[in-house]
Write a new protein. Structure first.
Length: 243
């Protein structure tokens, strides 16, 4: 693959992930939607199916869709990110660029799909929650630890999928994301992906959403640095345990 193909693949796959993921949150929490008050499990399964679709769309580039996965592969000592694409820092930046652009575009598309519902009067925190995560109990240290743990589970198990002949592929990753959300998503909303939170938060800041309020930049570092640390730790432990 060329790096241009990697960029396009990650952009399209991450856009699909965010469109469906942000879309299910919008359906559950915005006013006057068909899925209003559908509950936490509906959100969990919506994000899992968003991952399922995104992985298929971005299969050519290895379907990282998440810079924590890219970092995890680097820390794990992988030779390639995808066939013919060396695992190194400069190529990781191409993945990061595609993931960020895709996440931004996916968030904008979700806004367009629910435009009239965003126009309705609602708590600004609800409108922000469609785009990015936030803690139920704000404690930056413990919120950070939660994101590290959740992302560690994600990346470590993805690395474990590699040598096991399950053949489940995208379905296995989708179910893993659902499981993390059900088990570990309660404190912070489980970003477990720096792109998934940061790029949509930027979209929230830029889009003309009536009554949207703050984008909560004071919290924004947690769902960025937590997943990066969690992904790196998973790669390092996996290099020892899964070798």
């Amino acid at each position: 693959m060329t790096l241009g193909e990697v960029f396009v693949s990650e952009t399209l796959g991450t856009a699909m992930l965010l469109l469906l993921g942000a879309g299910v949150v919008a359906n559950v929490i915005l006013p006057k939607t068909k899925g209003n008050n559908g509950g936490w499990l509906l959100i969990n399964f919506g994000w899992g199916l968003g991952v399922f679709a995104g992985v298929y769309v971005a299969y050519k580039s290895g379907a990282h869709l998440n810079f924590a996965v890219t970092i995890g592969l680097l820390a794990n000592g992988a030779a390639e990110f995808a066939p013919g694409v060396a695992a190194n820092f400069s190529n990781a930046m191409v993945y990061l660029g595609g993931e960020m652009l895709g996440a931004f575009l996916g968030a904008v598309l979700a806004w367009l799909a629910y435009k009239k519902h965003f126009d309705e009067q609602a708590d600004p925190a609800i409108k922000l929650a469609v785009f990015s995560t936030g803690p139920e109990i704000r404690s930056y240290t413990w919120n950070f630890i939660t994101e590290v743990i959740g992302t560690f589970v994600l990346v470590f198990v993805i690395l474990a999928f590699g040598p096991t002949p399950s053949g489940l592929g995208p379905l296995a990753v989708a179910l893993l994301v659902v499981g993390i959300g059900i088990s570990l998503g309660g404190p912070t909303g489980y970003a477990i992906n720096p792109n998934r939170d940061l790029a949509p938060r930027i979209a929230h800041a830029l889009l003309p959403i009536p009554g949207k309020g703050s984008s909560d930049w004071a919290y924004s570092w947690v769902p960025v640095l937590g997943p990066i640390v969690g992904g790196a730790l998973a790669g390092l432990v996996g290099q020892w345990y899964l070798a």
